[in-house]
Write a protein that binds this ligand. Structure first.
Ligand code: XMP
Length: 512
């Protein structure tokens, strides 16, 4: 296995991801507990991540000396490379010449790190992000590559198998970075590709069993890919000691709740209870127009209903959540003592404290596409795996202006037709997320011989990688015409359809 020591870089998880892609198991530990992690894991190699500190700052973080005493290969990236340099006898300094973003390195020497990708004398694009620079290499090290801003862009002590790179091989903007990391893992550390999603599944199941013991777990299942995969994994681990609750808040898509329940009952024999709480939610939301009040009302009611249902089935010791890595805001604290602050994005925030439960989050190290791979591994149908994201507050935040039962019904129909057209046109998988919004505006139209005065429906579709930024989807106009005609003809209450061409930023994906 490989130990990744985290110095607080924003992209440390990407290193783990590349190592997994190379088929090798790895674990990330914050630098403060790296010594303990090293003893426990007994890794065959160590990767030191980047980070925001400067090695010339007093008290800036270091890798445990144990790592350098143990003779395992080490790859230092960005800050990690600076730390390795100063800890093995070299010198670094803060520099006015900062290099950020795209840069080119020129290869001077061949090395196992570059094997099969970079020849001496060639130039390659990399992604830099650093302010410090090495001024003196430690004894026994030699330069492998240079860049305009960094005379030591890559260097190595081939005897000790220590490698330092100023740039970030883990990001996609270093096109050969994945192969470079694979070289470190396979050729330098000598590890075989023996890790896969099947392996992850077994490991996760073992860890769940260890954590839960003979306790009971409850899970709020939404039918989204994350909660579905988390539930299936836990079900494999502990069987009937998992109880799933699907709260139908009346803000779901057409037929959604029934489809989710049917799938889990038919395919998995999962302990799943559907709770119809739609009246309660809609009563509380009736006429509410303030987006934040809507969100808070829904969140609070969700917790109330979930708590009642959990009590009704005898409570539980653990709450399962499909938290993914991007939801986990992990900050390594440099000044606040030895402990690491990890904030979880609680999908059902507040519940664990209120009900005195611990969290089980088997997906918290994974990215969305890895969760999809795991879902396939668990036999989840493609229709669930490729599902567009759907927000917790559901259709309520797609009904700007006051929410009413009537408006939700109109929106649900329009949304179903829109998605049906998207599927028929074969566009579902090319779009990251698509939905209809019912505007609180009525406009005049003419249908047959009569005047109409009805709502406007806005259609939204975006492409995105992670939901953080997004571009509107560039439909063919014929498609939009087809969808608009069907919505106006088939949905009572809508006589006009518009398309949202706002990207994020400056817009958000949802309208509220
Ligand atoms: P925005 O609108 O912020 O949305 O650009 C980004 C992504 O997050 C989803 N979203 C939510 N998901 N609970 C969720 O589980 C929420 O309260 C929530 N609000 C927005 C949104 O659908 C998009 O995919």
């Amino acid at each position: 296995s490989i130990l990744i020591v985290d110095f607080g870089s924003q992209v440390t998880q990407l290193i783990a991801r590349r190592v997994r892609e190379a088929g090798v198991f790895c674990e990330i530990v914050p630098f403060q507990s790296a010594e303990e992690g090293f003893r426990r894991l007994k890794p065959k190699a160590v990767i030191l991540s980047g980070g925001p500190a400067s090695t010339s700052d007093i008290g800036s973080p270091r890798a445990p000396q144990l790592i350098f005493d143990s003779e395992v290969p080490v790859l230092g990236i960005c800050y990690g490379q600076m730390a390795m340099c100063v800890q093995t006898g070299g010198k670094a300094e803060s520099s006015d010449h900062r290099e950020f973003g795209r840069a080119f390195v020129k290869v001077l020497k061949s090395s196992p790190l570059f094997e099969g990708i970079w020849e001496p004398g060639t130039q390659h694009q990399v992604w830099m992000s650093h302010g410090d620079r090495v001024i003196d290499l430690p004894k026994g090290f030699e330069v492998l590559a240079v860049s305009d801003g960094a005379p030591f862009a890559a260097y190595a002590n081939e005897d000790r198998k220590y490698y330092g790179v100023m740039f970030h091989p883990e990001v996609v903007h270093t096109p050969d970075g994945g192969k470079l990391l694979a070289n470190f893992v396979h050729r330098i550390a000598g590890l075989e590709s023996d890790w896969s999603m099947a392996g992850y599944r077994e490991q996760a199941i073992r860890e769940i069993r260890e954590k839960v013991g003979d306790g009971r777990v409850i899970c709020a299942l939404s039918g989204g890919v994350d909660s579905s995969v988390a539930a299936l994994l836990i079900h494999e681990a502990i069987g009937d000691r998992l109880n799933c609750i699907l709260v139908d808040h009346g803000l779901m898509r057409k037929n959604e709740a029934a489809e989710v329940v049917a799938m889990f009952h038919d395919h998995y024999n999962l302990n799943l209870k559907l709770v119809d709480a739609s009246d309660r939610f809609i009563l509380a939301l009736e006429g509410e127009a303030d987006p934040e009040v809507k969100r808070k009302t829904i969140g609070r009611l969700f917790i109330d209903v979930f708590e009642e249902e959990a009590k009704a089935i005898g409570g539980a010791d653990f709450l399962a959540q499909g938290t993914l890595y991007p939801d986990v805001i992990e900050s390594v604290s440099f000044t606040g003592g030895p402990s690491v602050t990890i904030k979880s994005h609680h999908n059902v925030g507040g519940l664990p404290e209120r009900m005195n439960m611990q969290l089980v989050e088997p997906l918290r190290e994974l990215f969305k596409d890895e969760v999809r791979l795991l879902g396939r591994e668990l036999g989840l149908p493609e229709s669930f795996i490729g599902r567009h994201p759907f927000p917790g507050p559901g259709l309520a935040i797609r009904c700007p202006g006051g929410v009413t039962r009537e408006k939700l019904d109109i929106l649900r129909e329009a949304d179903a037709i829109y998605l049906d057209e998207i599927r028929k046109a074969g566009l579902y998988d090319a779009i990251w997320q698509a939905f209809a919004v019912l505007l609180p505006v009525q406009t005049v139209g003419v249908m047959g011989d009569g005047r109409t005065y009805e709502y406007v429906c806005a259609l939204r579709a975006v492409t995105s990688v992670d939901g953080m930024t997004a571009d509107f989807y560039h439909y063919d106009m014929d498609f939009l015409g087809r969808a608009a005609t069907r919505i106006i003809n088939e949905v009572r209450g809508i006589n006009r359809v518009v398309y949202d061409v706002t990207s994020k930023p400056p817009g958000t994906i949802e309208w509220e």
